[in-house]
Design a protein around this ligand. Structure first.
Ligand SMILES: N[C@@H](CCC(=O)N[C@@H](CS)C(=O)NCC(=O)O)C(=O)O
Length: 211
């Protein structure tokens, strides 16, 4: 048996796992769950991940990890090199703190901006097994939150190659996956953000970011 990674190439969340698997060189088999065909809501995928979200990771033991937070801890504990969550206590603190800000301020804002207006996502304002109606005001707020986070990131990356702890970490991986996806709501890393552009160009040289 080998690890099975349930992936969908066009979505930002599974890309985080894809990059971590590549950076750590973890042998695995990938299975594509086609969201364009709503396969994440199918009975067969629901039996694997009742949350109906991607990514999921099925371990050798048969156990299934059903969200990025758990997958990240599992990969870091099982394949410690290279460390992506920090080595020293203070590095771990800094990476955890930035990861929390990225999830709350950017990770929540992009789906809010996208899912609350997109006609193809009517009643699918949140991922998961429960349907929720769109609230257009949340799209407007999400758009402003993305802009605010970009400004904060630009300041943070002044004179830095990585967001936290002077090394590649899950903070960089998560931010790239979210920011690249933000194009769907018209957000790009424009020339107003030279530090973010330089940081993104540096990461583009890593094969894991081009899978
Ligand atoms: N908390 C989950 C969320 C993952 C998530 O929202 N994935 C999206 C794709 S990026 C999804 O599965 N959406 C399903 C849907 O929209 O129905 C995680 O990070 O693993």
């Amino acid at each position: 048996m080998t690890i099975v990674f349930y992936d969908y190439k066009m979505a930002p969340s599974p890309r985080r796992t894809r990059i971590m698997l590549a950076e750590k060189g973890v042998p695995h088999e990938a299975v594509e769950v086609d969201m364009m065909k709503a396969e994440q809501l199918s009975d067969s995928y629901r039996a694997i991940n009742p949350n109906c979200t991607i990514p999921a990771l099925k371990l050798d033991s048969g156990e299934v990890l059903t969200d990025t937070a758990g997958i990240t801890v599992y990969l870091e504990e099982t394949y410690p090199e290279p460390a992506l969550m920090g080595v020293s206590t203070m590095d771990k603190v800094e990476i955890a703190s930035w990861s929390s800000q990225i999830e709350n301020e950017l990770g929540a804002a992009i789906p809010n901006a996208l899912r609350n207006t997109n006609p193809g996502m009517k009643d699918r304002a949140l991922p998961g097994p429960v349907n929720y109606k769109q609230i257009p005001e949340l799209a407007e707020r999400g758009s402003r939150q993305i802009d605010a986070f970009m400004t904060k990131l630009e300041q943070r990356l002044e004179g830095r190659d990585f967001i936290a702890a002077e090394q590649l970490s899950v903070a960089d991986i998560t931010t790239v996956c979210f920011l690249d996806f933000a194009k769907v709501v018209g957000k790009r890393i424009t020339d107003d953000f030279p530090n973010v552009q330089r940081w993104r160009a540096g990461l583009a040289e890593r094969p894991s970011f081009n899978l």
